[in-house]
Ligand binder design. Structure first.
Ligand SMILES: NC(=O)c1ccc[n+]([C@@H]2O[C@H](COP(=O)([O-])OP(=O)(O)OC[C@H]3O[C@@H](n4cnc5c(N)ncnc54)[C@H](O)[C@@H]3O)[C@@H](O)[C@H]2O)c1
Length: 102
């Protein structure tokens, strides 16, 4: 079974990837590495892509037989979200809607 983990190069996502790999799932990590780190990814296939881009997401869903998606890609700095709400709208809300459309 192929599972996409968005934000899989981040804190929560990378632990989730590890658990899935231990249970023999095929894991595709979708992350733009904006706050995540390639070295955190414990395995699977890393696709550097941005969830704000419908085109990036189409490529992922066309390239892999995706059966499930675990969505952890997000920005998480509360202070920054007040200072720059539009950035958070795009990375968190708009990106999630894109993923649902994907
Ligand atoms: N860290 C916690 O203790 C905690 C607790 C509860 C819930 N959460 C939630 O879990 C989720 C992940 O949190 P985290 O702590 O792992 O954060 P994190 O910053 O470590 O990971 C987020 C990942 O998302 C990626 N990302 C951000 N915007 C992206 C985009 N537009 N396209 C592709 N990738 C993008 C980043 O590069 C990063 O790898 C968030 O929704 C957060 O609110 C976290």
């Amino acid at each position: 079974m192929t599972v996409v983990v968005t934000g899989g190069a981040g804190y929560i996502g990378s632990h989730t990837v590890k658990e899935l790999l231990q249970r023999n799932y095929r894991v595709v990590i979708v992350d733009n590495l904006s706050t995540g780190h390639r070295e955190l990814v414990p395995g699977g296939e890393l696709v550097q892509a941005d969830l704000r881009s419908q085109e990036d997401l189409k490529k992922v869903f066309q390239a892999y037989p995706v059966e499930a998606v675990l969505h952890f890609a997000a920005l998480i700095q509360v202070g920054e979200s007040y200072a720059d709400p539009q950035k958070y709208y795009l990375h968190n809300l708009f990106s999630s809607l894109n993923l649902l459309r994907g």
